[in-house]
Design a binder for this molecule. Structure first.
Ligand code: URA
Ligand code: SF4
Length: 226
């Protein structure tokens, strides 16, 4: 008779069996506190993920970074903004989108009637590529699991791919940004909208209008879901 069944019989008969600790661990399913309080396990998952990223050496970018840039904002946000990777200021501060492009992104978020702390902001790669070059395919691949776990934890209602690199990576395509914007794509059943990167808008002010159109489009997409 298997040990568990034997214990159940004995228990039904009112016989208490004292077991060594190890045996107990095998036979009794220990109820974890997380089963009753899922937010505890959620917090653990975030902490675990942040620790893994902070210590990560999975690709060559770890050699030149000052800080990893994990992401910031509301961990249960409806809106998830995903950029390409940290630049100089982000690398120095360990926070996403805090340089010039970041200020413009913050304005864009404000134009939506939201604050930066109401949305979640992350990047495709968590370490700065030297001289702000595009991240290489192997670096993107090494880092991808972290982003996927962030998406799974945030469970956003809409994802905004900010700029060409984020859009092409998330949608697994090499189509140009002009072909990708203005459409509702999906990423694992979550609507994904492609918007111009604010760094590009800083160079090309005339395109700002298009960026605003992209954001309004994202807003309508989110409203249609509700
Ligand atoms: N550009 C990005 O794509 N991400 C940042 O965090 C900053 C600038
Ligand atoms: Fe790790 Fe990503 Fe940084 Fe590469 S870019 S070292 S995979 S955290």
């Amino acid at each position: 008779m298997d040990n568990n069944l034997r214990l159940q019989y004995l228990d039904a008969m009112g016989i208490t069996v004292w077991l060594p600790r190890d045996a107990l661990r095998e036979t009794v399913e220990i109820k974890k506190v997380e089963d009753d309080f899922p937010f505890i396990s959620e917090a653990n998952n975030w902490e675990q993920l942040a620790n893994e990223v902070a210590a990560c050496t999975k690709c060559g970018l770890c050699a030149t970074r000052k800080n990893t840039v994990f992401g910031s904002g509301n961990k249960t946000a409806d809106w998830l903004f995903i950029g390409e990777g940290p630049g100089q200021h982000e690398d120095e501060q360990g926070l996403p989108f805090v340089g010039n492009a970041g200020q413009l992104l913050t304005e864009m978020i404000r134009a939506l009637g939201l604050g930066r702390d109401e949305v979640y902001i992350a990047n495709i790669v968590k370490c700065r590529p030297p001289n702000n070059r595009d991240p290489h395919a192997d670096e993107v691949a090494s880092c991808h699991d972290y982003l996927q776990r962030q998406i799974a934890l945030v469970q956003p209602k809409v994802i905004l791919a900010v700029g060409r690199i984020a859009a092409q990576t998330l949608l697994n395509t090499d189509a140009p940004l002009s072909k990708l914007r203005g459409k509702v794509h999906t990423l694992d059943a979550t609507p994904l909208i492609v918007v111009y990167h604010p760094a590009y808008l800083l160079r090309s002010l005339l395109e700002k209008r298009k960026a605003w159109q992209d954001l309004q489009f994202a807003m309508r997409t989110l409203q249609e879901q509700q």
